[in-house]
Design a binder for this molecule. Structure first.
Ligand SMILES: [Zn+2]
Length: 225
């Protein structure tokens, strides 16, 4: 992300997202062959709060697979029991809601407001790391981030914004689905990349627990194209 010399390696995405073996009923190893990239001291050390936010936000999406639910009942629950104030670090407000599953079953859930700026920063950080891992060079340009599991809520035009977001997600998802999916623990994390368009823009997708998608538009600098 920067010009500083690398002094360590960091996991992309953060290690804490991947369930520990002791927390998995089957005892499966979901931390095999994880992706790491070179990192400088500053970028690596600033990250622990961001990693914690990502653990909460990426795991607790109600659409996620059973592994995420397991992670919620083990690692996340332990963290909250250690520090009961912890959720307040990430969720400034939460409201009870009803969610409807595909089969039409209603389940009670919570809608939580998150520190979105921090989420964007952490997602951009991951996007840079994956680019380096995939292409073997730094990305110099702007990353535009879009997460398909976020909703606008209690803001002006929220219903329309959510509708538009849903439409975009439905259009882009099949393109990524048909590309190769990378990552050796795909039930926790995988990513895919679209070939560049005429303007050199590359699309990337980071998928967590088979349901939570963060899309990245890698927009090149003009002088880089
Ligand atoms: Zn750095």
């Amino acid at each position: 992300m920067c010009e500083a010399p690398s002094t360590s390696r960091e996991h992309v995405p953060p290690l804490c997202i991947f369930p520990e073996q002791k927390d998995i009923e089957s005892g499966e190893d979901l931390r095999k062959d994880l992706i790491t990239v070179p990192s400088c001291d500053i970028h690596n050390s600033k990250k622990s709060k961001d990693d914690e936010l990502m653990l909460f936000v990426l795991t607790l999406n109600i659409a996620n697979n059973i592994l995420a639910k397991r992670q919620g009942l083990t690692k996340i629950l332990r963290a909250v029991l250690r520090n009961q104030n912890l959720p307040n670090h990430f969720f400034s407000k939460s409201s009870p809601v009803m969610s409807v599953e595909f089969q039409g079953d209603a389940i009670s859930a919570s809608l939580a407001k998150i520190d979105y700026q921090r989420f964007l920063r952490a997602s951009t950080h991951m996007a840079h790391g994956l680019y380096f891992h995939h292409f073997g060079r730094k990305f110099k340009g702007k990353c535009s981030i879009f997460a398909d599991f976020m909703l606008h809520y209690e803001t002006e035009g929220a219903v329309k914004s959510n509708y538009n977001q849903r439409t975009v997600a439905e259009i882009v998802k099949p393109h990524f689905d048909q590309e190769p999916q990378y990552g050796n623990n795909p039930t926790v994390f995988s990513y895919s990349v679209l070939p560049p368009d005429d303007n050199g823009l590359i699309g990337g997708r980071m998928q967590f627990f088979e349901a939570s998608n963060i899309y990245v538009a890698y927009i090149p600098c003009d002088n880089d194209a």
